[in-house]
Structure formats: structure tokens, C-alpha cells
Write a protein that binds this ligand. Structure first.
Ligand code: TTP
Ligand code: MG
Length: 389
């Protein structure tokens, strides 16, 4: 039996939460973002602001120039977290198979759940209605037999949309769309495909498998399957975080190595604390650097042994940073860390290697203090946190 997968994404999420709290903001160009004095960027723009060319990630200074009458609101993350929790809870009432992707989107496997409603379409309407009733926020829902089709469908029908791609219709739906609609196709892949004369998903789908593999490597084979509407990924239950990340934009671009390392250390402490709170360890460490010219690079390494020890993760990230700094001497505006390939609890007892025991004890003590008094209550040697935004 074909699966029935929903992808549900709230419209202009941060803005919609603010509009629900202050109806005066409705039907107006509204932007939620960071601090304009500290080079903040647009996090979310209302649909009334988008025709001016405003989109997420754009510097606020530019957004203001494009639409001076737009109402700018500083982000209130606790409000968005509350709304997100309510949103996920609503979805959980419709199916136990829910995979949150971020604060405002989730996959839902509703195979067999549609019966009381009559059809998947009716079920989607019921979900949209419930979300609107409780949160005063519109949602867009894509329905398909797999994740990739559902996700692209919800994206295409925004805002307040509902688009169902019937079983068997996947290829016809995907064919005319540009390749960058496929998840995993970024600027680089798009360019590589363009050089092969491929701009639509249909053209990609008609290429022989071997050609795609030769040109794009193994990751290209997944994209090739998606282009054919083939995507066996299951909807994975909540709480199965695949990675944890943190990043920081500096008030001023910098090349100061001590400053970069100190901030990297703080970020490592934050992600490792989150990791430990989930009783997990990470196998992969990635750093991200954005230069003054907005060029962004990532560098990653696989650890020999998975770890949840701040000192281990930081030492690895520090080496990646050193290498990157040696390769490029350009000022940096953003630094980030991601730990991924997370593994569960089956931790080995550090019976002989007392060298690893000490940092672990230190981490535990810090976690306890931070839990009690908040994250600024303690910082170990390397940390300093001025100048960041
Ligand atoms: P999105 O769902 O990508 O965007 P959106 O909900 O604002 O708009 P859309 O109607 O197109 O779905 O992201 C959800 C929220 O995540 C968004 O409201 C703000 C936050 N966000 C950022 O903080 N920075 C970003 O670069 C993006 C893309 C989103
Ligand atoms: Mg959204």
C-alpha cells in the first residue's frame, strides 16, 4: 500500500506568532529579525513584505531600504518555542508518526489515519483548521507518497495552501520544476547540473544513473532518486535529533585567533551540554566559517571514538579552525559548530584511561551548575563572550 506522508509548514512563522499576539500587525509588511544596529538579518518576513524582495537571511539594513514602511520586530524566541510546542502537540493528536524538522515544520506519516475524515485531503483540512483555531496561524500542507514530494508540494502551495500529489502522479508533478527545488541541491550541485545542460527535475530524472554518479558522486544518487519521485526515507519519531549546532555572528569582522577560539569554546560548551542532556555522543564535528565577503566554508572530521566531552570536541574544532585559518587569511563574520552522527547511551566505562575521566567530571559539574543558575553562571578558562551578538 502506498504511504501517505504530510509535510506541514507554518506560514511566515515568527511573523505570524507576532501577528497573532497583536492583530494590528495583520496584512502589513512585517519583518522579524535581529538587532539592526548589530548587523542583524531578516529571520521571517510577512507575505506582504515579500513582493519588495525581502527574504530570510537578508541584512536588515537592506530590507529597510527595500521597504522603509515595513514594521520591524525584534525576535522573541520564547514565544516561538511556545507556539512550536503547541503546533507539534496538535500534530501528535492526528498521528503518532511525527518528525519535527525545525520549529515550524514536520513530516507526518498518516497512512491509514485518514479513515475517520474520509480522505487525506479532508484530514489535512482538519489539521489546518485546528492549527488556525488554536494558534491563529495558517499552515501549508503538502501530501504525497514520500517525503520529498510532500515537502516540495507544501513549499509550492504557500501561504495557507494544500496540495495533494496523488499516487502515480509524482513524476508528472516533479518534471517541470527547477532542480533546486530538490532537497540536497545547493548552489554547487545546481551549477554542476547546469554545466551538463540540466535545469529541470525531469531532465535530471531522465539521465542514466551512472552518469549522475560519475558527475556528482554518491550524494548525487540520492538526488537522482528524488528526481524520480523515489524516496524511501521513513518518518522518524520525535526526539531523534540528528545533529546539534550553534553559531554566532560577530559585531565586527575579525581575524583575532584568540577571540575566535574563545567563542568557539563557548559554542562547544553549549552544544556538548545539549548532547549530554540527551545522553548521546557525537562522532562527527563540523565547523562553519563565514568570511566578510559572505563566502561560507565548512570543515569536518570524524572522531575515532564518539564523544560528549567538551574538551575533546573543542580540541577537534580548534584544529579545524587552525587549518582553515592557515588556508585563508580573510576576516571572519560568523563562526559555527555542528556535532552530528549522534549515537545512543551505550557508553564504555573509562576503567583504565583516567585521563578522560577528569574532563567528563568537569563537564558534569558545569552542567549541574548551569542547570541550576543558568548558562552564564560559569565559564571555564577559554571562554569570553563580549562583542558577540
Ligand atoms: P521557514 O519556514 O523557512 O520560513 P517562514 O515560516 O518564516 O516562512 P514560510 O511561509 O516561507 O515558511 O522558517 C521558519 C522560521 O525559522 C522563520 O519564521 C524564522 C526562522 N528562520 C530564521 O531564523 N532564519 C532563517 O534564515 C530562516 C530561513 C528561518
Ligand atoms: Mg514556515
Amino acid at each position: 500500500m502506498a504511504r501517505c506522508i504530510f509535510h506541514i509548514d507554518l506560514d511566515a512563522f515568527f511573523v505570524s506568532v507576532e501577528q497573532a499576539l497583536d492583530p494590528e500587525l495583520k496584512r502589513k509588511p512585517v519583518i522579524v529579525g535581529g538587532d539592526p544596529e548589530r548587523r542583524g538579518v531578516v529571520a521571517s518576513a510577512s507575505y506582504e513584505a515579500r513582493p519588495f524582495g525581502i527574504h530570510a537571511g537578508m541584512p536588515l539594513s537592506r530590507a529597510r531600504r527595500l521597504c522603509p514602511q515595513a514594521i520591524l520586530i525584534r525576535a522573541n524566541f520564547s514565544r516561538y518555542k511556545d507556539a512550536s510546542a503547541k503546533f507539534m502537540k496538535i500534530l501528535g493528536d492526528f498521528s503518532p508518526y511525527i518528525e519535527p524538522l525545525g520549529l515550524d515544520e514536520a513530516y507526518l506519516d498518516v497512512t491509514g489515519c485518514e479513515e475517520p475524515y474520509g480522505s487525506p485531503h479532508q484530514l489535512a483540512l482538519a489539521i489546518k483548521e485546528r492549527i488556525y483555531k488554536e494558534l491563529k496561524i495558517t499552515a501549508s500542507v503538502g501530501i504525497g507518497t514520500c517525503k520529498v514530494v510532500a515537502k516540495i508540494a507544501s513549499d509550492l502551495c504557500k501561504p495557507d495552501g494544500l496540495l495533494e500529489i496523488a499516487p502515480g502522479e509524482e513524476q508528472a508533478f516533479l518534471n517541470p520544476l527547477p532542480v533546486d527545488k530538490l532537497p540536497g541541491v545547493g548552489k554547487k550541485t545546481e551549477q554542476a547540473l547546469k554545466e551538463m545542460g540540466i535545469t529541470t527535475i525531469g531532465e535530471l530524472a531522465s539521465l542514466p544513473f551512472d552518469t549522475v554518479k560519475k558527475r556528482l558522486g554518491t550524494p548525487g544518487t540520492a538526488i537522482h532518486s528524488y528526481a524520480r519521485g523515489i524516496d524511501d526515507r521513513r518518518v522518524e519519531a520525535a526526539g531523534e535529533a540528528k545533529s546539534i549546532s550553534q553559531q554566532l555572528t560577530f559585531a565586527r569582522d575579525t581575524l583575532d585567533r584568540d577571540f575566535l577560539e574563545a567563542n568557539l569554546h563557548n559554542l562547544c560548551q553549549e552544544v556538548c551540554q545539549a548532547l549530554r542532556s540527551q545522553n548521546k555522543r557525537a562522532k562527527c564535528v563540523t565547523i562553519r566559517l563565514r568570511y566578510a565577503d559572505f563566502k561560507t566554508i565548512t570543515r569536518q572530521v570524524i572522531l575515532r571514538e564518539p564523544s560528549d566531552v567538551t574538551q575533546v570536541i573543542f580540541a577537534t574544532a580548534q584544529q579545524l579552525l587552525s587549518k582553515a585559518l592557515a588556508q585563508q587569511e580573510k576576516s571572519i563574520r560568523l563562526i559555527g559548530i555542528r556535532i552530528s552522527s549522534l549515537v545512543g547511551e551505550e557508553k564504555q566505562l573509562p576503567m583504565f584511561d583516567s585521563g578522560t575521566e577528569k574532563p567528563e567530571r568537569l563537564d558534569k559539574a558545569i552542567d549541574r551548575i548551569r542547570k541550576k543558575y543558568g548558562s552564564t553562571a560559569i565559564k571555564t578558562g577559554n571562554g569570553f563572550s563580549s562583542e558577540n551578538s
